[in-house]
Write a protein that binds this ligand. Structure first.
Ligand code: NAP
Length: 267
């Protein structure tokens, strides 16, 4: 059975115009899926949609929507009508690097909305429909930053722990209903968002950033086989050390120290 036969006809990628999201959209189009692509900025989103239609000949519906909006899921449902979504990738994330208290509560609240509340709502609606049909696939993008407290990235890292744990629970609940759920725990990946943070090097052991396409391919190899996975050999090794060799206290200190070295943050 091909990937498309297993999961269906249409994939929705939330956060799809560039970087990892565009890699998801291109890879799924390469496997024959029609697409619904979501992002805030109309121009880059429509450019990605045109590139994909031209290259793969699949149907692409771009939908501009801010996933921080309380009614984001309803906006998407209004835009797509009763078109079934067979494969859902929740890729978008908001992050803030810096001292927790140096930005207003609104920033932390927006991070919680984009990274936790909207994926929860989208899974409830689209995942619910998949469960009714007895078929579907869901990817929640998580991060190895979410395996322990990460100073100066505290709220983002906490939301990435939420993504992983939510996906793992739903993997168990929905497996008997024919719906595969997976958390893709990526490490540093060379997306415009990551590159724009202009990170310095934390240590000589730090894994080289992966390419977005590598992360996506690894995830597609693993979906259906496991509730969550860590992409990249270097990231697997670092996470193993942080989880099983160092104490929790040491792991949290190492993460915080890395953030200080990479971004020169203090306070
Ligand atoms: N890059 C890394 O190093 C890395 C490492 C670990 C995990 N991850 C995870 O991988 C995923 C993708 O990472 P990335 O941050 O590098 O992003 P990306 O895939 O390069 O781009 C973000 C995409 O999401 C859209 N987007 C962002 N905020 C949005 C919002 N509020 N509403 C609608 N669309 C939105 C952006 O378009 P607009 O700006 O036009 O909205 C863009 O298309 C995230 O879940 C992240 O946590 C990334």
């Amino acid at each position: 059975m091909t990937f498309k036969e297993k999961y269906g006809k249409t994939a929705l990628v939330a956060g799809a115009s560039e970087g990892m999201g565009a890699a998801w959209a291109n890879t799924l189009a390469g496997r024959g899926f029609d697409l619904v692509l979501i992002a805030r900025r109309k121009e880059p989103l429509e450019a990605t949609a045109r590139q994909i239609t031209g290259q793969y000949g699949v149907k692409v519906l771009p939908v501009t929507c801010d996933l921080a909006d309380a009614d984001a899921t309803q906006q998407i449902i209004n835009a797509i009508g009763d078109m079934p979504v067979d494969f859902l990738v929740y890729n978008a994330a908001l992050s803030y690097i810096g001292p927790y208290l140096a930005t207003g509560l609104q920033t932390h609240t927006d991070i919680a909305k984009v990274n936790m509340l909207t994926p929860m709502a989208m899974l409830h609606y689209f995942g619910g429909k998949m469960a009714e049909r007895g078929k579907g696939g869901v990817v929640l993008m998580a991060s190895i930053a979410g395996f322990q407290g990460s100073g100066y990235l505290s709220t983002y890292a906490a939301t990435k722990a939420f993504n992983r744990v939510l996906a793992e629970g739903l993997w168990y609940e929905w497996r008997p209903k024919g719906v595969d759920v997976i958390a893709c725990c990526a490490g540093a990946t060379a997306t415009p968002n990551y590159i724009n943070t202009n990170p310095g090097k934390a240590s000589s052991l730090e894994p080289k950033p992966q390419l977005p396409e590598q992360v996506v391919e690894e995830c597609l190899q693993r979906i259906g086989t496991t509730p969550s996975f860590i992409s990249g050999t270097g990231n697997k090794l670092v996470t193993f050390l942080m989880q099983h060799i160092f104490s929790r206290k040491k792991a949290v200190e190492m993460m915080g120290d890395s953030m200080v070295k990479m971004y020169g943050v203090k306070g």
